[in-house]
Design a protein around this ligand. Sequence first.
Ligand SMILES: [Ca+2]
Length: 474
Amino acid sequence: MTLKKLLLATTAVALFGAIAAPAMAQTTLRIVSKDLLTTNPDDVREIEAIEAALKAQGTDVDLQIVDLPGSSYADALGVMLLSGDIPDIMYFQGGDQKMAEQGILEDLNPLIESSAHIKDALWPHNVERLSNYPYLLYVYPPRAPQPVIRKDWLDKLGVAAPTTVEEYDAFFQAIHDGDLDGDGTPGNTLGLTGYGNTNELDSIFNQAFGVTSTWMKNADGAWVNSRVTDAEKAKLEFYAGLASKGLFDKEYVTNTFDVKEDKFYTGKAGVIFGSSPEVIDIYTGKMRQAHPGETIDLALLPIPSGLGGQGLAALDVSKESRGWAVSAISENKEAAFAVLDFMASKEGQDIDRMGFEGTQYTKDASGAVTFTDQISTWYARFFNAANWTPPTPLLSPTAQAALDTIKSNFKPDNAFVWPADYAADVDATEQVYRSWVAKFITGEAGIDQWDAFVAEYNAAGGQRMAEYAATVVK
Ligand SMILES: [Ca+2]
């Protein structure tokens, strides 16, 4: 018996006992989300504003926040759900597949199809992900790291922003050689730094080197993971070459995100990647804090072309990795979905994205909106609808340009969700790949050892994974 059948059986008994309830009662909906807490006044204020707006539209709901610890959210949510306590509206950040298999997550596609607002608010990758996995809804632009530099440094360099792989190499060299930080010592500034792994670089260099998707056909027409292709080899050789010349940070593996940022703010690195348009604006704010008295702007750098092409890396559309779900066993599914649908409407987005008049923004007699300093710590609790535009720009021109690049560069990847019995292979090959990339970049291994990497990758599970991929990739 699945959890769903078990819970439906007990719900029927509970319903029978509650049959004398008043017919026109307010609908109570329980909502659980990461960092949505009854102890956070902003959260409570937003939930109350949503209730009031829905009531004015004829939907009378009492939204009750379920508090869970933000630090161990996915685990705490899993424990609660498996105990049979299933809120009507749930935000997942992992652990959703197990719940979908238990039958407790509603198929959202029919609801979206007949929705008033959500269907128009989706981003193109949301549509693809929902068609592959209909249980999670995460209406946000995709994450696509893009590189930025201080605009005054770009002006000082006196060269055009790089538009090819070769120009990027020369650009990082010029940053390295010029004493842009003005400490009197040339050569002590990295062209580029990063943290953890090379995903950020891949965001703009994959396509340039011909790493066009996760699964690619080799010369024999067989599907292979792009990580063992000649295109990947050429890309890693480029990264290693940058590092060997002191242009890319060899300490990237041990850098945390704040170390990466600190190197940028203190002039130890000229370029870093911002993971989203909003993050690029946060970097601008922090850069200005680090240099009081100067008004520093950031400039967005282009996506380079190369022998393999040009564009942002292909985007995994196998499923949303996080997002909102509706309980399949809720007695008030329609009302629960109505809340999500409202959050995608103009009125819902106005609350979710801008906060409150008199706090995060002011309005003059003509209705023109001016944001206050408070907007810098406000964030959307629900959605970033593709079809909503703020009355006054929320993003700087640089961040808006980054968003425009994301919009015009969507390319779906052919990655898929692995069956559970491939989990060990996926982990092992990831380890092998990350460890060899670090060895190539730090110079501990030469690119002439490529075949040894491929052999280790295939032995760690790569071969078995490619055989499975051949049966599912079209
Ligand atoms: Ca210097």
